[in-house]
Ligand binder design. Sequence first.
Ligand code: PPS
Length: 309
Amino acid sequence: MSDKRVVALSGSIQEAGGSIIRFPLISVQGVPLRNHIATNWDSISAFEAHPSDLLIATYPKAGTTWTQEIVDLLLNDGDQEVCRRAPIAVRMPFLEHFSPPHCPSGLELLKGMPPPRVIKTHLPFQLVPQGFWKNKCKTIYVARNAKDNLVSYFHFDRMNQTQPEPGPWDSYIPKFMEGKLAWGSWYDHVKGYWKEREKNNILYLFYEDMKENPRREVERIMRYLGKSLPDDVISRIVELTSFKAMKENPMVNYTFIPMPVFDQSISPFMRKGEVGDWNNHFTQEQSRVFDEDYEIQMKGSNIPFRINI
Ligand code: PPS
């Protein structure tokens, strides 16, 4: 892949040859999205999914890349070389990713790809282009407990120079609680897909389950994809998608996004990959306030989240 193309993938880039821009958020139907997504909303929502397309949907930082790599390896019978054919962002375009005019968007990458395609999105259920549901596309949703998700998002916003400035940790927590971060409310996101999972045949996974027993979850995804692979291939896929292996894999660790855009010296994309890192971030008081609000926002929902395993 040429340097130009890799740089273009980042979608950050200097709008007029100047410095990197942290894009502001604009509301789309009440959901804050980066300005280039909002201004191109009509073409994103008009995207025509093919019945054979597979959607991987998540709130940002819930385990998207991990799931993408598992899916690619499953679809390619565990062939490591095939799965190194291109960066994950090229193999599986990010549907709503829109950048300044000179950068290829998710839609442009998809235009050049015949179905079946695997497509990444962070859009909440109600904003996903309707064709996915009309065509009964398979969809894998990955949810991660709120506190770890928040911590991961905070560090990502520090290093990704296209996201709005996170500010200090103390003031980041209320932004998450109030749904003011890019892609909006975590609470609405996880509840939205949970509510629709049966009607729309959505495979709803949890990051914590994947950490606890990766093999069980890889097999669950395999069955959902309608595949059946031998035990040794499944073992290889589990190994190739361990945190350690993925951290070292340049096709998934986002080192293909150039340094000024993803500044991995601030915080690596493959940061810790753990359940319970929130314990190292929240003070007792922050945790109490967060939990109190969580009870209210999640009232009546029975999604079995775990904040420690
Ligand atoms: S993004 O930018 O929204 O697509 O990010 P996403 O891939 O959803 O989330 C990144 C977090 O997932 C962790 N990760 C993993 N954890 C365990 N095992 C594997 N293989 C793995 N791959 C990625 C990654 O480290 C980020 O979490 P944190 O807590 O920040 O480490």
